[in-house]
Design a binder for this molecule. Structure first.
Ligand SMILES: Cc1ncc(COP(=O)(O)O)c(C=O)c1O
Length: 391
């Protein structure tokens, strides 16, 4: 790289991808040595591991005792769609979207389920919908933390306790890093490869008693594939919430999730996980504060994510470029950092505004982010020099 002198220190771990995210500190393949490979997941050893994963999820996240937790196929997408296909259609729905994953759930509701009374409330990248405009007597589907725009819902205060509709919340990049108000959420979903850095494969579906009530009293008009079915003969399939999965899980991934949960417990549980993510965000915030050429995509600090941190180049000479040129500039910076081996996979998501997206969840070490920041400045200067040469 040309431009400023290269920083002396490098991140010990350059993995800042927003999913799969960095493994927990100290992770090696040995963490998986107790996986019951080649055994049936329905044998005692398999069922015990799956039940343990559910129990540890409840402990670490503080999920209320009367909420059900199931391990389901299809990662977070599987869990969200299973909930949408099983629960929606009983009443009108408000679909909230502020980035591409929320937009995907809108497509599901409008174009796939073709719900007749779906109201779509959208906010641009960097903002969220004003919850005062949402009608919680309708069902409401939303994403807690917008992974591709770096925003999060600050709290559940605007969600009424006595709502008539169900709240279906995709919390995949929020769970284990942010507070989730379970009393305000009827469905919470996430996958393992995000804040805990587990192996990707399975989704987790958390259901409130009201969501279960809906399952028992309402039958959707559309057919449900076996992989989505949570009831049988009008009864809840309770086994799903005890570790009897609908189809075959990867016991290797289950072992890895158990290891991640064990690490979470060993460092102090949810509070410690949140504190790590907050500390990581603070490292980036200090850097942004000190440099006027870079800024958060989320303009307001109260909705700024502490996991998927999205940044934009804000200097007039960059903002003045066309969208394609800005995109090429940001990609150039990310690629320089990757070539140097100091940051892997930190380009903005393909549908998001040009910039960088740095994962700051609990498995990332603040010291690695400290080391990365000067490299971003260095790569930025080098990319500007490339621009000047081309002009
Ligand atoms: C907010 C959000 N929802 C859904 C998904 C899809 O998750 P999965 O790949 O686990 O299905 C992601 C993945 O990054 C996400 O960030």
């Amino acid at each position: 790289m040309t431009g400023t002198t290269a920083p002396a220190a490098r991140p010990a771990n350059p993995r800042f991808s927003s999913g799969p995210c960095a493994k927990r500190p100290g992770w090696t393949l040995d963490a998986l040595s107790d996986a019951p490979l080649g055994r049936s997941h329905r044998a005692k050893v398999g069922k015990t591991k799956l039940a343990q994963a559910i129990e540890d999820t409840r402990t670490v996240l503080g999920v209320p005792a009367d909420y059900r937790i199931g391990i389901v196929p299809g990662s977070d997408t599987g869990a969200v769609e299973m909930a949408m296909w099983s629960l929606l259609g009983e009443r009108p729905v408000d679909m909230l979207a502020w980035e591409s994953f929320g937009a995907g759930w809108v497509t599901d509701a409008v174009k796939q389920l073709k719900l007749s009374d779906a109201r779509v409330l959208e906010a641009p990248y960097g903002e969220i919908v004003d919850f005062a405009t949402v009608d919680f007597d309708r069902d409401v589907v939303f994403t807690w933390n917008g992974t591709t725009s770096g925003v999060r819902v600050p709290n559940g205060d605007a969600i009424p306790a006595d709502r008539k509709g169900l709240t279906i919340c995709d919390a995949t990049s929020a769970a284990f890093a942010q507070d989730l108000p379970y009393d305000k959420l009827d469905v919470v979903t996430f996958s393992w490869q995000k804040v805990l850095g587990g192996e990707g494969a399975h989704g987790v579906l958390i259901l409130s008693p009201r969501a279960v009530e809906r399952l028992l009293t309402y039958k959707p008009a559309w057919p449900l594939p076996k992989i989505f079915r949570l009831t049988s003969g009008g009864k809840l399939i309770e086994g799903i919430f005890k570790g009897e999965t609908i189809n075959t899980p990867s016991m290797l991934c289950v072992e890895d999730y158990l290891d991640a949960l064990g690490w979470a417990k060993s460092i102090g549980g949810l509070d410690a996980l949140k504190a790590r993510a907050d500390k990581n965000l603070a490292v980036i915030a200090r850097f942004v504060e000190a440099n006027d050429w870079i800024g958060f995509l989320a303009k307001s600090a109260d909705i700024r994510s502490n996991t998927s941190v999205c940044l934009q180049f804000t200097a007039p000479e960059i903002v003045g470029l066309s969208k394609d040129e800005q995109d090429a500039f940001a990609k150039g910076v990310a690629s320089k950092l990757e070539k140097e081996g100091v940051a892997l996979d930190i380009g903005a998501y393909r549908d998001a505004p040009p910039g960088l997206r740095i994962w700051a969840g609990a498995t990332v070490e603040a010291s690695d982010l400290e080391a990365l920041m000067p490299w971003i400045a260095h790569a930025y200067e080098a990319q500007k020099a490339t621009l000047a040469q081309a002009a």
